[in-house]
Design a protein around this ligand. Sequence first.
Ligand code: SIN
Ligand code: FE2
Length: 244
Amino acid sequence: MHCDDLGPASLGLFSEEDLQQPAHIQVLGPQSRVLRGFALPWVEHLLPQLERVLEQAPFRHMVTPGGFSMSVGLSSCGQLGWTTDPSGYRYSPVDPQSSRPWPAMPEVFRQLAQAAADAAGFTGFSPDSCLINCYRPGAKMSLHQDKNERDYRAPIVSLSLGLPAIFLFGGQQRSDKSQRVPLLHGDVVVWGGVDRLRFHGVMPIKEGTHALLGQQRINLTFRQAGAGQEFERKTRSAGQRPND
Ligand code: SIN
Ligand code: FE2
């Protein structure tokens, strides 16, 4: 046997689908991808906008319905922001801390999210919500599904900035084994379609200092939470919600 035959393909380490992707795209599932370094060219435009959003809606530690304070600091921008308090999880058009609308989603955020969705095979993504998660060393996110959106046709687009993380990407059941996916500054994960409701989470962030962001990891999660106008029209005329 020639040593070339001992490549990862012949050893069965990668699926056929994996091998058809460019090297910077990692396949996590049939409709989930990691786009390695995808956001790097956008970062210098993103960070000043992120700062402006956070001046208007600073990070805060929200409380879960179970009564625990989250280790991750949260903020949002866009028409809808994801919130949690003792009475439940929900999307709200206003920041509960200021009682004002969430800051508008900067155009560069929307463009990046749309470009990443396109690159992962989801055309026409139009996020109305960007959840901003701040992880200090030790902070983590338990396994969960993103289920508070009005319908599940649009993908989730998730950008990592700052300190590295181990992203856990599980299956449709909480008990399914999770893949451990290292995520670095500038990586974008996109999951949708048949993978839309897969469990996911983040392991505790390790101590470290990132050259641009210091001792933190910031994650931007873009979602179509309230659905677009076309969708609104359709459901209104049908007189029902899609999940009913
Ligand atoms: C989330 O699922 O809300 C956050 C995921 C991440 O921080 O990478
Ligand atoms: Fe999530």
